[in-house]
Design a protein around this ligand. Structure first.
Ligand SMILES: [Zn+2]
Length: 224
């Protein structure tokens, strides 16, 4: 369908950009965007070199993961993406990566507390860990669905990697880099063995209220 092309184009261009910036490597990680006005999303294909990807390789799925368009097998993490769109009307783009610093925290099971104003403003009160479940399973989908209800935009998948959400693709990319910056400095701080200071609680709540207001505005716009 012609209508899907804009969304497919966004996937092709973003995947290439993230590949060039070394955020996605080879076939690892996946990304999706919501198809506006429909219960559907466009997502990267499974096990496919993103550098070679064209519009025809991008898959369009509905929330039950039925393939609406696309010649290839969709990402095995499609269920996880569907769970986000179903649960969060404010989210229009989802990126999953194996970015190293956030992934390191996934191994030591360390959520990121509120370290910076900017972090809370865009990512939420903290970056929580989503408990482990094998990739591509309904178990992981359920665990993701349960966590993303908190209105946060960045999560660490235990023993796996990172999951970031955004009101659009640019915001999701911004959140992805912000998460990696927070993860790196948090890891460095942890290495010192010193006490790690957090932002004051009142500041955290003000920053989070701004994020929630954005999300409400965005969610009200979405008409399914
Ligand atoms: Zn993965």
């Amino acid at each position: 369908m012609q209508y899907f092309n804009t969304f497919k184009q966004c996937i092709v261009e973003t995947a290439l950009r993230l590949l060039e910036q070394d955020v996605l490597k080879g076939t690892g990680g996946n990304l999706s965007v919501r198809v506006t006005g429909q219960q559907a999303f466009a997502i990267t294909p499974s096990n496919f070199d993103y550098a070679q990807m064209t519009l025809d390789d991008v898959c369009v799925l509905d929330w039950e993961s039925t393939l609406l368009e696309g010649a290839r097998k969709p990402s095995i993490e499609s269920g996880m993406h569907a769970a986000v769109y179903e649960t969060r009307p404010d989210v229009n783009a989802v990126i999953h990566t194996h970015q190293p610093y956030a992934s390191a925290l996934a191994l030591i099971n360390k959520p990121i507390p509120a370290l910076y104003d900017e972090q809370v403003r865009f990512l939420g009160r903290s970056v929580e860990i989503i408990p482990y479940a094998p990739s591509g399973t309904g178990f992981l989908k359920k665990k993701v669905q349960a966590k993303v209800r908190n209105g946060h935009n960045a999560f660490i998948l235990k023993n796996h990697g990172a999951l970031v959400l955004g009101s659009d693709i640019e915001r999701a990319i911004h959140n992805l880099y912000l998460l990696e910056k927070c993860a790196l400095t948090y890891l460095l701080a942890l290495c010192t063995g010193e006490k790690i200071s957090r932002i004051p609680l009142a500041v955290r709540e003000i920053a989070f209220a701004k994020l929630r207001a954005d999300e409400k505005r965005q969610g009200d716009k979405e008409t399914w």
